[in-house]
Design a protein around this ligand. Structure first.
Ligand SMILES: Cc1cc2nc3c(=O)[nH]c(=O)nc-3n(C[C@H](O)[C@H](O)[C@H](O)COP(=O)(O)O)c2cc1C
Length: 275
């Protein structure tokens, strides 16, 4: 079994690097071959929105201009992934989102080569309570590519390497590394009954929706205690659901756009001439 660790931090030997490496040491102890890379060592350009990857079912047409596709090909060579990311302004650094946006080929276009592979997500944050988007964003990256999250957690540390003073979290990372190889899920708290994430938004005063997968629930009182009645389970990131999404929601937009494109060109003239 081969496991790849990716740190999203540019701080060499920073907390994300170290936690990913500790997780890889656990995986190695359990018998895996391991490798480590830092995302910021690669050139990642933004998605230009052409959706050729969806329409033509190919890798991104800018595959030779940066390392995005090279990196997607690389993770496909491994049986599992350990992702470690710092928290920047409540969520992950932009480079992870930019790489994810370039990855629709690996979500749908060329198939889902990483579907079902195990992954661990470790977010690092300097201040407790200032990390709300980090794990949901990391989970979105992993789930959208089909990975199964065997463990996820936030580790708190501010200065580079300070995490080495926290034996408990290092042990957790080490154990997560073992469980990725052993195929065991760690007992992390799963709140959403579909994707396990814990970020919800209110759709109306009484209805909540999982921000990551779209599962819906209502607050009810059962046996005198408040609880959530999950009345709609969404499997947004499942293999069949993703195919259905692209084929029924995205691809039909192409002929619709082509039909209207001359009219749109005409209407946009006003904006070309003015500003
Ligand atoms: C630009 C920037 C923004 C940050 N924003 C947050 C934040 O919103 N919440 C938080 O808890 N920590 C924040 N931090 C602190 C880092 O998450 C923390 O230092 C972490 O240990 C960095 O991980 P690293 O050593 O792997 O780079 C920020 C750090 C930087 C440089």
């Amino acid at each position: 079994m081969k496991i790849l660790g990716i740190s999203v931090s540019d701080r060499k030997f920073g907390n994300s690097d170290l936690l990913v490496k500790e997780t890889l040491l656990g995986a190695k102890e359990a018998g895996a071959e391991v490798d480590f890379i830092r995302l910021t060592d690669y050139k990642i350009l933004p998605c230009e929105g052409c959706i050729n990857c969806v329409i033509k079912k190919t890798e991104c047409i800018f595959r030779d201009k940066d390392d995005s596709m090279k990196l997607y090909r690389k993770i496909t060579e491994y049986d599992g992934l350990v992702l470690g990311s710092p928290t920047y302004i409540l969520g992950v650094p932009g480079i992870l989102k930019m790489w994810l946006d370039r990855g629709m080929a690996y979500m749908y276009g060329i198939g889902r080569p990483n579907s079902g592979k195990p992954a661990v997500a470790i977010g690092v944050a300097g201040v407790e309570g200032w990390e709300a988007f980090t794990l949901p964003q990391m989970a979105t990256f992993l789930l959208s590519l089909g990975y199964h999250i065997v463990d996820q957690f936030i580790a708190h540390a501010q200065g580079p390497g300070e995490i080495l003073l926290n034996d408990k979290i290092l042990e957790r990372a080490h154990r997560a590394g073992k469980s990725i190889v052993e195929g065991k899920d760690m007992p992390y708290e799963k709140v959403c009954p579909s994707c396990g994430q814990n970020m919800f938004r209110f759709v109306d005063h009484n209805t909540i929706e999982c921000a990551v997968c779209g599962t819906k629930g209502r607050f009810v009182v059962k046996d005198g205690l408040p609880t959530v009645d999950w009345f709609y389970i969404e499997r947004r990131w499942g293999d069949e659901d993703i195919v259905e999404h692209f084929e029924h929601k995205i691809l039909p937009s192409v002929p619709r756009f082509l039909k209207n494109r001359h009219k749109i060109k005409e209407l946009r003239r006003k904006y070309l001439d003015t500003i």
